[in-house]
Design a protein around this ligand. Sequence first.
Ligand SMILES: N[C@@H](CCC(=O)N[C@@H](CS)C(=O)NCC(=O)O)C(=O)O
Length: 187
Amino acid sequence: LIKLHGSLTSPFVRHCRIALIEQNMAFEFVPTDYAGSAAQTPTARVPFLHCNDGVFSDSSSILHWIRLQGHRLFLSSPKGTELYCLANTVLDTAINLFLLEKDGLTPENVPYLKRQADRVSSSLASLNEQPLKLKGTPNDAEWRVACALDWGRYRNRFDIKSLPNLQRFMKEIANFDAFTKTAPPPA
Ligand SMILES: N[C@@H](CCC(=O)N[C@@H](CS)C(=O)NCC(=O)O)C(=O)O
């Protein structure tokens, strides 16, 4: 049996849940917090996945494995990979800021964090300039962008009010069941 460990609020975990749902794969979702992941993976993060091929401890390797089970490609073009990486940069950077803020470190008092905050803004502006036009089912680059943007909305970390292409994209993606079904629980 496939066991996906994670939280319902993590955008990385959400992307993995979307892929499993899309491919109709049976899996057990195992709610796992920081302590649980620290005990079970070297990265001390979620998601991680147990399957007949072993343990995968990053959403990218997990998605690669899931897609392979369905004889599908994970990322299929360099441009897609670029988009995927850009969305990951937004997420990693914004999550880093989110966690550091809980420890009292903010862009106002740490110069490096100002750079991190600027990185989120410039990456979002760049995403807004990409040709994000869905042709049928989203690919993994598009799913990653959607999971990233929806996390920013959910946690109030960034908004896309001034980014019309991203707003339009989010309206389109909301038509997909796998996306709405995996939305984070109301805060
Ligand atoms: N590159 C990892 C990132 C995973 C990640 O950052 N997960 C967050 C939750 S959204 C986490 O577990 N953070 C724990 C921590 O920073 O201590 C992936 O794609 O799976």
